[in-house]
Design a protein around this ligand. Structure first.
Ligand code: IMP
Length: 194
């Protein structure tokens, strides 16, 4: 079976991806190929960061590879936190601090529109491709629910009555930015796996 590296050590993302890809590819993590260093993510776009991670693995380890990067774009904040979503409240801060800062920066704002965007970069057989998925929604004034991760408690997708944090993993995946980008990747791999 063909091997492909997913440039992550996040077990949740890995098992989700393995379940979707099935037996078309063996999906390896970074740890499984002996990559234990922090891969630079210093681009100023999601696409740039996803490409940077995938190219790093291909050039240094020789494997076909895909990598993802996600951001939350809030219209009233000019697209922030965007590519800096993971460290919005500064280095070493967690999701709770990031979410608190987001709500503070939106205090008194009536335009709460926002979207999550995921870009997946794939380098396979000499080809480089990107796949994008997005979900439109709004930032709630107070957190709703405690499931999920990251900004989930304050993000309510347009097609849902509740926040991501109140949805089952399956329901979230069916409309989420990452679910949509992943399904585009899977479609491509399904027709190019021989
Ligand atoms: P990453 O590129 O997947 O590491 O995501 C960057 C940051 O975006 C994470 O640290 C999270 O705070 C946030 N994020 C990514 N995906 C989601 C999601 O599905 N729900 C809530 N927050 C997310």
């Amino acid at each position: 079976m063909r091997e492909i590296v997913f440039a992550t050590n996040n077990q949740h993302k890995l098992s989700e991806m393995r379940a979707i890809i099935g037996d078309r590819f063996t999906v390896r993590s970074l740890a499984e190929i002996g990559c234990h260093e922090d891969i630079p993510e210093t681009a100023d776009t999601l696409e740039g960061n996803a490409l940077m991670k995938a190219r790093y693995v291909k050039e240094k380890y020789g494997y076909d590879c895909f990598a993802d990067d996600t951001g939350l774009m809030v219209d009233a904040l000019g697209g922030a936190p965007g590519v800096y979503s993971a460290r919005y409240a500064g280095p070493g801060h967690d999701s709770v601090a990031n979410t608190r800062l987001l709500l503070k920066n939106l205090e008194g704002t009536t335009d709460r529109s926002a979207r999550f965007v995921t870009v997946i970069a794939l380098i396979m057989g000499g080809e480089t491709l990107t796949f994008e998925g997005a979900v439109e929604g709004e930032i709630l004034p107070v957190p709703d629910g405690d499931g999920g991760f990251g900004y989930d408690p304050v993000f309510k997708p347009r097609e849902s009555a509740v926040s991501f944090a109140r949805m089952s993993a399956e329901d979230k995946n069916s409309i989420s930015h990452r679910g949509r980008a992943t399904r585009k990747l899977i479609d491509y791999l399904s027709t190019n796996s021989i």
